[in-house]
Design a protein around this ligand. Sequence first.
Ligand code: NAD
Ligand code: GLY
Length: 366
Amino acid sequence: MTPATDIFAELNVALEDRSYPIVIGRRLLENSDFARLVPGKRVAIVTNTVVAPLYLATLTAMLEGAGKRCIAIVLPDGEEEKNVDNLMRIFDTLLQNKCDRKTTLLALGGGVIGDMTGFAAATYMRGVPFVQVPTTLLAQVDSSVGGKTAINHPLGKNMIGAFYQPQSVLADTATLMSLPLRELSAGLAEVIKHGAIIDAEFFRWQEDHMPELMARDDQALAYAIRRSCEIKADVVRQDEREGGLRAILNFGHTFGHAIEAGLGYGEWLHGEAVGCGMVMAADLSVRMGYLEPADRERIVALVRAAGLPIVAPDLGVHRWLELMEVDKKNEDGKIRFILLKPLGSATMTGVPSDLLEATLKACVVH
Ligand code: NAD
Ligand code: GLY
């Protein structure tokens, strides 16, 4: 019997012949109607040791019920596992199982599994079909959409990767009920980011609804996911390969990536680092004269209300700079930042070193 599935939104990422649907709903994974969004007869589901016991059997039954043959590749969990060894494990299993070019790679998990599976899909036999089934809030509002795929290098985050769009994204909000609270907060960082850089009204809506979001209210989460996907899809439609505009989606990430790499991957969650990074970028925006101090305080308050850190670890100015010098946005060795100018709008710029140092000193633990 087909279970009751609630569809909250069906969006389209408009990229000509690479366009694809995003379906946001509750209990999609149990409903074989959605197998039509997974191309091909053979599916390699890539997941991890945390997500597999929760959702692998349900998803496999749904796909096999629709006549597909599935294999599972279950990787270790964690940001520190987003590396070349695990990428090789995916390739090893695909080759051992004689998976051909028509095998679909399906990412079942958060952004780590999504980014790594996407990169495997982009490169296995020079490209095989790819589907995203994001199971964290962060992946549903951000990483599953837009086709950035990557693994980390010990010297820098997401340094090895490719742009490779999925053929569909199935975001099942029921999976968010098993997410640890800390991970829910991490996802909210990217939701806040979308409001801060593009949509001041959405930012205001979040100020009013953060308690419902933290309590996992269905309707509030569905709206936050939908609006985030709309914003991201629109930016990606205009600038798929980050020739310019797309860089604004990195608001908070220059500082955030430095925190992640500086403390060691996995110490702070990506979303936690981005949350704190947005506070730092807002501070720098004020110092540059782009943002009202009162709006910086609104950002601090919203990041805090989402359960995210607002004070950065003290890496030392020299180490901060060294870490931020390895960033894909940099040009000619100059660090470039995404700043708010004003709230609801973003710009990419270099900054005077005295202002950057003032932010680094003001925003770290004393
Ligand atoms: P994650 O993938 O590590 O998932 C977080 C944790 O939750 C993991 O322990 C995971 O196993 C667990 N988990 C996943 N789904 C669960 C569920 N439904 N119930 C219980 N536990 C569950 O982390 P993330 O925050 O989803 O993603 C972070 C990654 O995404 C980073 O590597 C970041 O660089 C990347 N990212 C990529 C993009 C992009 O555009 N490609 C954008 C933003 C972030
Ligand atoms: N998360 C940044 C991007 O997708 O461009």
